[in-house]
Design a binder for this molecule. Structure first.
Ligand SMILES: Nc1nc2c(ncn2[C@@H]2O[C@H](COP(=O)(O)OP(=O)(O)OP(=O)(O)O)[C@@H](O)[C@H]2O)c(=O)[nH]1
Length: 502
């Protein structure tokens, strides 16, 4: 069912791409522009065919402004994207249904008393499903639209927008944690992006990433379903063995009790005869009873053999449980790594915006409960564009990594730092003394300023502006963030390289 839906979604995407291609094909005939060459060409059909049309239409524009044909083309593309969005909403409804079914199975399995704790944890994860990929698909579609606009963009900010798009795509790729072929492909694209790809290749890269996301989801779902099926059959087998062992154990117990009672009865009878009968009769009676007892002893030996084989079976089942446990531990570790990766910024290796959202929510609730002073600060690097323009984007990236490390090292263990976006960082300082709030922030500002940057053998000082505020009565997260943003704005306008508190 899952695969059918994913295939349906892939087909839907492919058909939209085909429709786009048809429009482009028509327009191409009207266009007299000469085709320009593109290196790479690693994209799959139909994305590859589509890109070659773009090459012809966008790579060597004859006019500085987008022509009416190009504008019309963009409008049509956007309409197709809108249709794709509608189709996707329908499909995600169907997927939701599947997800619900999977969650029901997981919930039922979780109730079974035979499930080890580790497996319970994994099933709980399955129960919650994974909505992240869908959001990423939309982010990719947005990137795709941006890439299309970039192809026609002529103005001075082109380079800046180009780098921003590359960063967004790299960030998205870093957030994926697919395995196998998809991971290898993603890695290739990641490297391609870091090598200054041509603008005209970006739409194709976006489409390829969409394809890979769907393929990755399909594999992930397939693996989860396989795991569930295997788990289910293992558990069924174990339950069956347990039931047999249980009834066998009960039968053994009953037989032992019965034999015990029998032997006790025989001994009692011997005792009674010892006092009441004459010696000849007594001898016969004892022989008879002794035969009865030795018969019971033979039966008892057989019981012991059955007990031995039952013990052996129990041991085998125990081993089965152990291997099931270690399998689920491994899966859980994978899931944990995947979750952690979602919250880490690929460039700086500190938390990203999603990580910050999660932590801010926790700190805010804690502040509401205990009212311990909580400070939020935005750190924005001054004139960072100049670094990029003068020394290149890669040098800029290196600087961002170093700044992130410096901020992290300057903070206490309980403080929190994340990359808020671009060249902006956010810091949360909890349990801070309001009277001395500026001290750690000043230290931060100084430490950034003292980083010994060297670009092209030139010593460069990078400074930062900081806006900060304390959470106040009646604050929401948004209101505190807005205040911090305004404080940062004032710090910039007052000449940069300084802290403004609100
Ligand atoms: N190298 C690199 N640059 C980035 C990244 N993200 C954003 N930027 C750049 O950061 C720069 C931010 O520029 P602006 O917003 O104009 O700010 P600024 O130049 O720092 O100037 P002020 O903030 O006003 O002091 C842009 O050039 C972006 O391209 C990134 O991941 N790597």
């Amino acid at each position: 069912m899952d695969n059918i839906d994913n295939n349906k979604m892939l087909m839907e995407l492919a058909s939209v791409i085909d429709r786009l291609e048809a429009i482009l094909g028509g327009l191409q005939q009207q266009e007299q522009q000469s085709p320009a060459s593109l290196s790479g060409g690693t994209f799959s059909e139909p994305a590859g065919r589509l890109i070659s049309h773009w090459q012809k239409l966008f790579v060597v524009p004859s006019e500085p402004e987008a022509s009416p044909v190009q504008s019309r083309l963009l409008t049509e593309l956007e309409q197709q994207l809108a249709r794709l969005r509608q189709g996707h909403t329908r499909l995600s409804g169907a997927q939701q249904l599947n997800g619900n079914k999977l969650q029901q199975v997981a919930a039922q399995l979780q109730q079974s008393p035979f499930i080890p704790a580790e497996t319970q944890a994994r099933l709980a994860k399955l129960k919650h499903g994974n909505e992240g990929h869908e959001k990423k698909l939309w982010r990719l579609l947005d990137c795709y639209q941006t890439a299309l606009h970039l192809c026609t963009e002529q103005h001075s900010q082109h380079q800046e927008h180009y780098h921003e798009l590359c960063s967004r795509l790299q960030q998205l790729i870093a957030e994926f944690n697919f395995a196998g072929e998809v991971a290898i492909e993603l890695d290739k694209i990641q490297r391609q992006l870091s090598r200054q790809t041509e603008t005209a290749q970006l739409p194709g890269i976006c489409l390829r990433l969409i394809e890979l996301t769907i393929e990755g989801c399909r594999c992930e779902r397939k693996n989860s379903t396989l795991f569930l099926t295997k788990l289910h059959s293992n558990l069924g087998e174990m339950q069956h063995h347990f039931a047999i062992s249980l009834s066998e154990g009960q039968a053994l117990f009953d037989a032992r009790t019965h034999h015990g009672q029998h032997i006790a009865g025989e001994l009692r009878a011997i005792g009674e005869h010892l006092v009441s009968q004459d010696s000849e009769h007594l001898k016969e009676e004892i022989e008879l009873r002794m035969r009865g007892i030795s018969h019971i002893l033979v039966q008892h030996e057989r019981l012991q053999e059955r007990e031995q084989s039952l013990l052996k079976r129990m041991n085998e089942m125990d081993q089965q449980i152990q291997s099931l446990k270690s399998e689920t531990v491994h899966f859980r570790q994978q899931l944990r790594a995947q979750n952690e990766k979602l919250f880490i910024d690929s460039l700086t290796q500190i938390h990203n915006r999603a990580g910050m959202d999660a932590r801010l929510e926790i700190e805010y609730r804690r502040w509401l409960r205990y009212q311990a002073p909580l400070c939020i600060a935005l750190i924005d690097i001054d004139y960072f564009k100049e670094i990029n323009d003068k020394y290149g984007h890669l040098a800029g990236d290196k600087a961002l990594r170093l700044i992130a490390r410096t901020i992290q090292q300057s903070l206490r263990e309980s403080d929190f730092v994340a990359r808020f976006g671009g060249e902006e960082f956010i810091v949360l300082l909890n349990n801070i003394d309001p009277a001395h709030l500026k001290v750690p922030l000043e230290k931060l500002r100084e430490q950034i300023k003292n980083i010994p940057f060297r670009f092209k053998e030139e010593r460069v000082t990078i400074t930062a502006s900081i806006g900060a505020t304390l959470f106040r009565q009646g604050d929401s997260i948004t209101s505190a963030l807005e205040r911090t943003d305004q404080a940062l704005y004032r710090a910039k306008h007052a000449g940069r390289d300084q802290i403004v508190m609100d």
